[in-house]
Design a protein around this ligand. Structure first.
Ligand code: IPE
Ligand code: IPE
Ligand code: MG
Length: 235
């Protein structure tokens, strides 16, 4: 089976999942965090090396304070309670996003899980938190401008060189999954999605189980990725 190296998931639909069941939106986020744990280990079992997940966008700060606080506490709890398990599976955790507006306990939990798992080699979980794709490119451009001011020679600067100015130097995303029925990017990983295959499903994230994930893998296997080259029958 041709397995994508880097899979990214826009984990959408938690709120609707809860509302449909007559529960608070927070119940959907909690169930979504359980789904994330299952999907992470399953993806790694299937041979995926990097899993990037959209946990909280820069624009999600527009939501009620109560929901934002719940989500931030959930992230801290997730990092603290899953650290040992993730570490035992030899998975390295990276967090992508802006640190500004994050509470100190969130920052400490991020720093701890990144530090403890830094040498792990079996796979990478990249959690996008307070993340925006345009913000990532702007932040990278600012860093690059500083280096240019300090004498960096950019005569033969390439797109691969620019990748080192992003939050993390990760390879292109091979497969993007968005649950919850919307067919848009909502400002997710704009630099890394240039030749990515997209898979949209109406399934709400808390219901996105292993078999739903496998459907996306089967779809991926049957796509003809051309990267600007010729159709398969003409090669
Ligand atoms: C995704 O679920 C999780 C976050 C954005 C944090 P939503 O909370 O967007 O759920 P819906 O789209 O309202 O159902
Ligand atoms: C995208 O979902 C962000 C995350 C899944 C974390 P949103 O629910 O915030 O996106 P929109 O508002 O529907 O575009
Ligand atoms: Mg949503």
């Amino acid at each position: 089976m041709l397995v994508p190296n880097h899979v990214a998931i826009i984990m959408d639909g938690n709120g609707r999942w809860a509302t449909k069941k007559g529960l608070e939106r927070s119940a959907g986020h909690l169930e979504g965090s359980r789904t994330l744990e299952k999907i992470l280990f399953h993806a790694m079992d299937m041979g995926v090396k990097i899993l990037s997940v959209y946990a909280f966008s820069t624009d999600n700060f527009k939501r009620d304070r109560k929901e934002v606080d719940y989500l931030m506490n959930l992230v801290v709890k997730f990092f603290r309670s899953k650290l040992d398990k993730i570490n035992k599976r030899n998975i390295k955790v990276l967090v992508s996003g802006r640190k500004e507006h994050l509470n100190i306990d969130v920052i400490e939990a991020i720093e701890k899980i990144e530090r403890v798992t830094i040498d792990n080699k079996s796979g990478i979980l990249n959690i996008c938190l307070n993340y925006g794709g345009q913000e990532e490119i702007v932040d990278g451009a600012i860093k690059l401008a500083h280096d240019i001011n300090n004498g960096l020679d950019i005569t033969s600067f390439t797109k691969e060189d620019f990748r080192r100015y992003l939050y993390h130097d990760l390879p292109e995303v091979d497969l993007l999954i968005r649950t919850g029925g919307e067919q848009r990017l909502s400002n997710f990983m704009l630099y890394q999605l240039s030749y990515t295959e997209f898979y949209f499903t109406n399934t709400l994230f808390p219901d996105f189980d292993k078999s739903e994930f496998n459907k996306a893998l089967f779809m991926y296997e049957n796509r003809d990725r051309r990267f600007g080259g010729l159709h398969e029958e003409n090669r």
